[in-house]
Design a protein around this ligand. Structure first.
Ligand code: ATP
Ligand code: MG
Length: 363
């Protein structure tokens, strides 16, 4: 059995640097590593609709934005299948059958869904579709028999739920589905990049993002306004690193060679942190450094985006082709699932023959 990647994003906004360090950067590396037989990247519009019922236009508009972000980061349609979730009806069918394998109590225990319900003030009126999205995510992953799912930390409970569904399905019916492994980012900062306001997670829905498509000016302004250490008032004051967003972003983006290029007085990030903690290092200097480091990543992405923006019909064409290819794979898995569940009446000649024989005997 080959190694297969599936991952994706909700088209609820343009992609941000949290997506980049949490999943996108890794996807591009994996895509180019040659170690995987197939890479499927999904724009999860059906999932986005579960908590944007009143705003279908937002989801519709952001399909192409997310696709442009993908292409500009280096996802290559010649190597990865880029597709749109809602265009694969087989995913709905799989979701419907998997619902039989999960209890309401199990869904209620999902910590990510719990906090998302709170964040959206859904407590009293959770849409069933939103509540059950971890099951539909299991359908997305298993439809492609994904072995590897590169995602941020908030997705861990979804992958665990998927693994449980796979185990249950395979033990009740037969060994059709593949249990996926999660691939988390390399360090804590990348697992859950905080927003520029210092809030727990940079998230499109919270408006605390640096977008991959922000201009250099916008990025600089956002960095200069970033939450740091409220007790670090004078440059000479000793500062704190923990919970200091600027240092968290450096943990996520900074490499040793950045010091040679932009801040040669320091050999590495640990030295910079030590100076900040001792006192005598101002926020502005650290923020300027972060800006140079981020620009080094964002500038080429921005330039590639400009190129892809020139041919939007081609971007839709890429998604259409990808969706057609993805659909074939999902249809094959669904057919195996239906065989295993014994709901393949018309293609099972043996069933029809045996029933006919039963009735011919009773005549
Ligand atoms: P929404 O607010 O609509 O849920 P989002 O910003 O959380 O949007 P998603 O589309 O839900 O983005 O997530 C896509 C992928 O990016 C997932 O793998 C998720 O783990 C990862 N991700 C999202 N935000 C972050 C973050 N701040 N840090 C690291 N990874 C992240
Ligand atoms: Mg999310």
């Amino acid at each position: 059995m080959g190694k297969i990647i599936l991952t994706g994003d909700r088209p609820t906004g343009r992609l941000h640097v949290g997506h980049y360090v949490g999943s996108l950067r890794r996807r591009v590396e994996l895509q180019n590593s040659g170690e995987y037989d197939k890479t499927f990247i999904m724009i999860a519009d059906a999932q986005a609709l579960t908590d944007n019922i009143e705003n279908p236009e937002k989801v519709r508009q952001n399909i192409v934005e997310v696709a442009l972000d993908y292409l500009s980061c280096g996802l290559d349609p010649a190597k990865s299948t880029l597709f749109i979730q809602s265009q694969i009806p087989e995913l709905c069918e799989l979701t419907f059958y998997y619902m039989d394998l999960v209890t309401v109590a199990r869904l209620q225990r999902n910590p990510t869904v719990k906090s998302e319900i709170q964040m959206r003030n859904f407590e009293a009126s959770i849409p069933v579709g939103f509540f059950t999205y971890p099951i539909s995510q299991a359908a997305d992953i298993t439809a492609f028999k994904a072995t590897t799912v590169p995602v941020g930390e908030d997705q861990l409970p979804m992958i665990e739920q998927t693994r449980e569904i796979v185990r249950k399905f395979n033990s009740v019916y037969s060994e059709v589905l593949v249990e996926p492994e999660v691939l988390l980012p390399e360090n804590q900062a990348c697992m859950r990049l905080p927003g520029i306001d210092g809030k727990a997670k940079m998230s499109k829905s919270l408006g605390n993002c640096i977008y991959l498509s922000d201009t250099a000016d916008e990025v600089k302004k956002k960095i200069m306004s970033m939450y740091t250490d409220p007790t670090h008032i004078q440059v000479s004051d000793p500062g704190h690193i923990e919970g200091n967003t600027v240092f968290t972003y450096l943990d996520a983006f900074c490499r040793p060679e950045h010091f040679e290029r932009y801040l040669p007085d320091y050999a590495c990030l640990d030295e910079l942190k030590a100076h900040y903690q001792r006192g005598g290092l101002g926020d502005v200097k650290v923020k300027r450094f972060l800006n140079s480091v981020l620009e080094e990543t964002l500038e080429p992405i921005r330039a590639r985006r400009k190129e892809f923006e020139k041919d939007i019909p081609e971007v839709y064409q890429i998604l259409k082709k990808g969706s057609e290819a993805a659909r074939e794979v999902a249809a094959q898995t669904l057919s195996e699932v239906k065989d295993a569940m014994k709901i393949n009446y018309f293609s099972d000649a043996e069933l029809i023959r045996a029933q006919a024989e039963k009735y011919s005997r009773s005549e």
